[in-house]
Structures are given as structure tokens and as C-alpha cells.
Design a protein around this ligand. Sequence first.
Ligand code: PLP
Length: 444
Amino acid sequence: MPSRRNFLAALAAPSILDAVQPGRVHAAGFGPIPGASPRIAEPAPQSVPSWPEDSDPAYWDLIRDQFYFPRTEAFFNTGTIGAVPRFVLERVIDDMRLTESTVARWDYTERTDNSISGYSPQLPLREKLGKLVNADASELALIQNATMGMNMLASGIDLKAGDEIITTDREHPGGVCGWQMRAKRDGAVWKHIVMPQPANDPEEIVRLFEAQMTPRTRLLAFPHIVSPTVVVMPVKRLVELAHTHNCLAIVDGAHGVGQVDVNLHEIGCDAYFSSPHKWLLAPPGNGMLYIRADRQDQFWTTLCSSEWDDHKSGMYRFMQYGTGNQSLLMGLDAALDFHFRIGPDRVRKRIRFLADRLRSGLKQIPGASINSPVNPEMCGAMTVYSVRGVHGADLEETMWERRRLRPRSMGDPLGVRHSCHIYNSEAEVDAALEIVSDLAKQHA
Ligand SMILES: Cc1ncc(COP(=O)(O)O)c(C=O)c1O
């Protein structure tokens, strides 16, 4: 019986996306990626361009071709959700089509590829993800998003009345509400530090956490990168602080993976969760939960199915969510291949370069304020800024109306949050700066 993998060759029909974008020359995206999973390596039936040479001066321009949204629009809101490359989306769609085409052939034995997620350990994919974040496959669970990871941790740990949890005052609900629920349900005490605004001194943040700690403190839960003010936190120092006081350190890494270097064994945290649909450009519906090998037994499984009590297979017990879409995992796999093909360092350098260009430009504009860190140690690929006299929502709207640029309003007084990713260009950043400059003059 042919495996689902071999069956791909028979599916030569053009993809739905080719059909809706008739003008595209290479709608199927680039050719094979060396080392990618075998199904990706099979070239699409029509000829596709090869990957640009690393030294090609048009490299990023060619990478831009990998995205569906028109070149006349600039997407600066990866902080909410990343744009999925063609290579990745085609893989998901092809895989869903393949699943439907071969559904009758699936005999539930090991001879055929699995058609659903939620019941299998997905070890090769966890290993691939582990290479990016420096963790063992057994320390990673594939879940749906950061919110799910935070809830699994918050609901899974034993807490008594009076036990303290310390967070910041700038948490996303998907990083904090599970802890608030434990405070209400069990009488645990949820405390938070007030983040400096803007934050530019990592040691100050460490001191603020330390000042809140008491003998009842059980854990520090903080973001790797703060959602509304985009502070890259001194995670390693905070983990050391927690451990010095015999507390757990739990990191909300929703924005970490794909934006900054995430080396989990080096950070040393006890748990970390992320949303690869943001900076890793994976399709939504993918999440990552890490618990350090020697801490896993401190957490109950709270979403339980057959393997819920298997403590010998690492994080597999946290992946028991019932029937899920296997093709979305294929999308995560393809997103990792895409990321590795460009190179994690190269991605980080590029997005940081664009964000630095934006910050340098903003510093030259009287009337513009950067409301996120400027200390390079605490900066990533996002910037929050405002123009005196202009509400964040108006700034966002003006950017769209004038030049089709899409940052995201954070309201007053923060302004807009502007995320730079590999699909952005110097010209797009400069267009944003021109608008800021013009508005600042108008409101001077
Ligand atoms: C810091 C932070 N934590 C958690 C979340 C929740 O992410 P998700 O909706 O993917 O679960 C977000 C979403 O933007 C976030 O910014």
C-alpha cells in the first residue's frame, strides 16, 4: 500500500492558492530545502525558483516573494500574529488534501502515517524544535498556543492558600489569567511588580522582583518579551533570583521563539511556553510548552487522555488533547525548515537591523517618543512609539491610509507597537518614519 508520503506525487492539481493569485509566477514558492522533511523535498510539479544565494544582494527581496500579502502593503504586526510563508502554507494545504485523499487507506497501523495529532508523540518534530531552543525533545510538548501552555502550568502545580506568585503589571492575559484563577480558587496570592516605563535598566527589574519576594513566594512568572511595552527581560538573571530563593521561574515566551535567541538550557528556567505562530511564522494552532526534565514531576497533567499518567515519556503526557489537525504540525515543521534554511542568526540580525533603523530614525524626530527600551540589551524587533498630540489609533490609521503600513495601536499614551520581520524592508521602515515626521510637524 502506498504511504501518504508517496501519494503526494499523484496530487499534481494546482493549489487553491495558485488559483486565487493567478498572476504569480512561482506560487508554489521556492524549490526544495536541503535537509527538509522528505515530503517538502519533493519539488512541486511546475518549475519553481531555487533559493536565493546567501550572497545575493536581492536576498531579502526574494524572501519577500514567499508571502501572500501584496507588496503594496507592509505588515508590521508580527507581535500579534506572523505572516505564514507560502512554503509553509502550501505544506499545510497539501497535507490536508493528502489526508482527505487517503482517508480510506489509513489502517491505524504503524505501516501508514498518522492522520491526526493529539495521540502521537511527534518525536522528530519535537527534536527539530528542540534544536532551535536548545532543549531535549522529551522536555517539549506540542500544544496549541502560549495561553494553553500558561494554563497547563498554572492549573498543574500544587499551590496552597498563602503561596505567592509574582508577575509584572504588564502581562498579556494569556500569560497571567491562570495564576489569577489559582489565587481565586485556592487562596494563593497573586502579586506583581510595577514595570519601569520605559524600562532600560535590567538590574532595576531584578531588584523590583526581589523586593516583592517573601518566604511565602513560590514562583516568579514573567514574560521573555513584554507584550505592550516590548521589553526584552533579563530572563537569566530573574531565573537566578528565583532559584536563589528556592522558587520556580516560569517564562511566558510568546514573543521569544523566532525573535530573539532562546537557549532554554542556558536560561535555566523551569518552564517556558511560546506561540510559534508569531515570530516563527508557523500557522496558528501551534504552541510550545517546555518543562525542564527535573521539574516535570512537579506539574500535574490537566488535559488528560490515555497517556496522562505516563511520567516516563517526558512531556508527551501534556500532548493528550484528543483529535487535532496533523497538517498544522506539518506547518510547524515547514516553518522550522524555512527558519533554519535562512538561518536563525541571519533572521535575528535582519529583524534587529530593521528595528534599529526605525529606532534611530525616531530619535531624530522632535515630537516622536520611543516608549519601549533603547538599551540594546533590552531591545528586540519591536518598538513602541508615539507622536505628541496623536492617539495611537490615529497613528495606526494614518499609516494605513497614507502608505498601507500596518503597525498596531497600543492606545494612549503608548502609541503604536511596530514589529519588524523578514518580510519588511528598509523602504517600508523609512515610509513609517516619513509619516511620523510629517505628523510631528503638523502637531508641533
Ligand atoms: C506576552 C504574551 N503572552 C501570551 C500571549 C497569548 O498568546 P496566544 O494568543 O498565542 O496564546 C500573547 C499574545 O499576544 C502575548 O503577547
